[in-house]
Design a protein around this ligand. Structure first.
Ligand SMILES: NC(=O)c1ccc[n+]([C@@H]2O[C@H](COP(=O)([O-])OP(=O)(O)OC[C@H]3O[C@@H](n4cnc5c(N)ncnc54)[C@H](O)[C@@H]3O)[C@@H](O)[C@H]2O)c1
Length: 278
């Protein structure tokens, strides 16, 4: 690793367990950042922090529910008190929300779902900004989704709230750029290893059918999302703010082909019309 985050202090909510979150925590620590891992999963969080410290990195775990503002603020406080400052905040973890058609979602379920997805991002922003204003500068990275650029049936809450996360990144960038505080969203496509569960909730019954629709014809690895977060956390992205950057294996570029066109090298057909093209 290059130590490109040496001297920086980071908080990662949802940074403990499974796929993207833990890959981000590991990547930031290996690049020299001091990392507060803030997650509801105490067992995985303690274990990850201990592993990073054992490997010679600086990391600490704090049990944190990202839907509880006081808990998020406590994670930022811990970063400032233990490591002296806050340079990077990654709002990643979200609570569950109801997946169903809009007419089956109650007003209360809508409120809870939007809060789970959008509220966690705002709480992170709200807690991180005062700490970043102390030593003006910093990078806030909000996890959005490829689903924020459109809609998928049955995930209305998610798509609407994630598109608002993209707008939140623009608002923060616009208001705090003068203090050299940057804010960007990242929009992953289906990323392993949690991907199988997500795909079974779509129109595609198998992972293979889903990945065949991605231009790169594969899932995204958590490591590849962590690479983007690391870039946005680093000074290499110093002029990038207010954007939403996809890391989606080409999902956005190939979306219009979702009714199934053959890959390059195979005979060109339109599956619906069923006739050969030129
Ligand atoms: N995995 C994907 O394919 C994919 C695609 C697009 C966007 N995303 C986004 O990535 C983020 C994480 O999703 P994931 O499924 O990849 O999970 P993940 O595997 O990255 O892990 C999620 C982490 O968040 C923690 N967490 C859950 N609820 C929490 C809460 N209330 N407070 C704090 N931590 C909490 C979990 O313990 C876990 O460590 C979400 O914002 C999701 O919308 C994921």
């Amino acid at each position: 690793m290059t130590q490109r985050l040496a001297g920086k202090v980071a908080v990662v909510t949802g940074g403990a367990a499974r796929g993207i979150g833990s890959a981000v925590s590991v990547r930031l620590a290996r690049e020299g950042a001091k990392v507060v891992i803030a997650d509801v999963d105490a067992e995985q969080g303690e274990a990850l922090a201990a592993r990073l410290v054992g490997d010679g990195h600086e990391a600490v775990f704090l049990p944190t529910d990202a839907t509880d503002y006081a808990a998020v603020a406590a994670a930022v406080d811990l970063a400032v008190h233990q490591f002296g400052r806050l340079d990077v905040y990654h709002a990643h973890g979200i609570a569950p929300y109801k997946r169903d058609y809009l007419s089956n979602i109650s007003a209360a379920e809508w409120d809870d779902g939007v809060q789970a997805v959008l509220g966690t991002a705002f709480y992170g922003v709200r807690a991180a900004l005062p700490a970043m204003l102390e030593n003006p500068g910093g990078s806030i990275i909000l996890t959005s989704s490829a689903a924020s650029f459109g809609s998928q049936r049955g995930t209305g809450i998610y798509s609407v709230a994630k598109s608002a996360v993209n707008t939140l990144a623009m608002c923060v960038a616009n208001e705090y750029g003068i203090y050299n505080i940057r804010c960007n969203a990242i929009a992953p496509g289906i990323t392993g290893p949690g991907a199988a569960m997500s795909v079974t909730r779509t129109a595609y019954p198998t992972l293979e059918e889903w990945t065949a629709q991605q231009p790169l014809n594969r899932l995204i690895e958590a490591r590849e999302v962590a690479d983007l977060v690391c870039f946005l956390a680093s000074d290499e992205s110093s002029a990038i703010t207010g954007t939403t950057i996809p890391v989606d294996a080409g999902f956005g570029a190939g979306k219009a082909d979702f009714h199934g066109r053959p890959q390059f090298g195979q005979p060109w057909t339109t599956r619906r019309a069923g006739h050969q093209g030129k």
